[in-house]
Design a binder for this molecule. Structure first.
Ligand SMILES: [Cu+2]
Length: 318
C-alpha cells in the first residue's frame, strides 16, 4: 500500500496545478475597477510562447469599456482599430458613440524569460454594474507560435477551468465620496445627475429627479419618462395650496427655455413612475428614458439613493 502513495500524491499535485490558472501569462495587473470610472489597464505578459520571444500583443476592448487610449510605449508601434459602439454612453463632458475597439502593440520584442506591460486607459461605462466581470481578450504573438487569451467562461463555469482565459477585471462599487456629478449632453441640453429614492417594498410609485439646462437657442419640453420597473411615467409638479401639498401632472410637460436650468427635486417638479413592479433599491442604477419634445428620447441612468428624510415617500402617495 505504501508504495502506491507517492504516485497518488504526485497525481493529486499535478491535478491541482492543472486546475488553476497560475500558468496564465497574460493577465491584468489590477483585478478590480470601481464602477463608472477610469481604469488603467495593465496587461502583463509574463512569459514568451514556450521559449519564443513575444513580438506583438493585441487586446480587444469590449462593448461598454469606452474611450480607450493606449499609453505611449517607447520602441513599440501602436495600431488602433476604431468602431461604433452599440449605443451612446455618457462620457466626461458629453457623450461618446464610437472609439477604440482594438489595440495592437508590435515592432519590438519581449525576451521569453522577461516580462513586460502593455498599458491603456479606459472608462468603465454605466453598462457595467458592481459584480460584473469585464474581459479583455488578448492575442500574444511570438516569433514562433501564438497564444490566444480569449476564452470566456460559460455561465456558472470557473475561469480557472479554462486553458487560456481572457484577462478579466471585476467591477466593484465606487467608493462613496459624495454624489458623483455626471453630465449628459444631448444636442443643446445638458442633463445632470438623474437620481431616485429607494422605494420601500410594496410601494407602487417612485419619484425621479434631475437637472436640465438648455444651452441652445430654442426652447424644448420634457414631456415624459420611463423606467423598465414601472408601467408608466409622468411629469409632475408639487405645490402648496391652502397649506396642503398637492401634486398634479404638468400639462404639456416642463418647458426648458434657452439659457435656463430646470431642477426636478423633491417638493417641486419631479418625474413620477407609476405601477412600479420591483422597487429600485439603494445603490442601484436604474436605466430609464426621458422624452423631450425636440431632443426626442434620451437614455439616462438614475442613481438610487436611500430612503431620505425629506419625505418623498409621502409625496408619492396618491
Ligand atoms: Cu408625483
Amino acid at each position: 500500500m505504501t508504495t502506491f502513495l507517492p504516485g497518488l500524491a504526485l497525481g493529486a499535485a499535478a491535478f491541482a496545478a492543472a486546475s488553476t490558472c497560475a500558468v496564465a501569462h497574460a493577465v491584468l495587473e489590477r483585478s478590480e475597477a470601481p464602477e463608472s470610472s477610469f481604469y488603467r489597464a495593465v496587461i502583463q505578459i509574463t512569459h514568451g510562447c514556450d521559449g519564443s520571444p513575444t513580438t506583438s500583443v493585441t487586446v480587444t476592448v469590449p462593448e461598454g469599456a469606452i474611450g480607450a487610449r493606449p499609453l505611449v510605449k517607447p520602441g513599440w508601434n501602436v495600431a488602433i482599430k476604431r468602431g461604433a459602439y452599440a449605443r451612446t454612453y455618457p462620457f466626461v463632458h458629453g457623450s461618446i458613440a464610437e472609439g477604440v475597439k482594438e489595440i495592437t502593440w508590435a515592432g519590438s520584442s519581449v525576451p521569453a524569460d522577461q516580462f513586460d506591460e502593455f498599458v491603456f486607459s479606459v472608462r468603465m461605462s454605466d453598462a457595467f454594474r458592481p459584480g460584473d466581470t469585464v474581459r479583455f481578450p488578448v492575442i500574444q504573438t511570438c516569433e514562433a507560435g501564438q497564444y490566444r487569451w480569449v476564452e470566456i467562461p460559460a455561465a456558472g463555469q470557473d475561469a480557472h477551468a479554462l486553458a487560456r482565459p481572457a484577462p478579466a477585471v471585476r467591477i466593484v462599487a465606487a467608493p462613496s465620496t459624495g454624489p458623483e456629478i455626471s453630465v449628459l449632453k444631448v444636442g443643446s441640453l445638458a442633463i445632470e445627475q438623474p437620481w431616485m429614492r429607494a422605494v420601500p417594498a410594496g410601494a407602487r410609485v417612485a419619484g425621479g429627479y434631475l437637472r436640465i439646462t438648455n444651452g441652445g437657442s430654442e426652447p424644448d419640453r420634457l414631456v415624459g419618462a420611463s423606467i423598465p420597473q414601472a408601467g408608466r411615467g409622468e411629469v409632475h409638479e408639487m405645490s402648496t395650496e391652502g397649506g396642503i401639498m398637492r401634486m398634479r401632472e404638468v400639462e404639456g410637460g416642463i418647458e426648458i427655455r434657452p439659457g435656463r436650468t430646470i431642477e426636478l427635486k423633491p417638493g417641486g417638479f419631479h418625474l413620477m413612475f407609476m405601477d412600479v413592479t420591483s422597487g429600485p433599491k439603494e445603490g442601484e442604477a436604474v436605466r430609464g428614458t426621458l422624452t423631450f419634445e425636440k431632443a426626442g428620447r434620451v437614455d439616462v441612468t438614475f442613481r438610487v439613493s436611500g430612503l431620505g428624510a425629506q419625505g418623498p415617500a409621502a409625496e408619492h402617495q396618491h
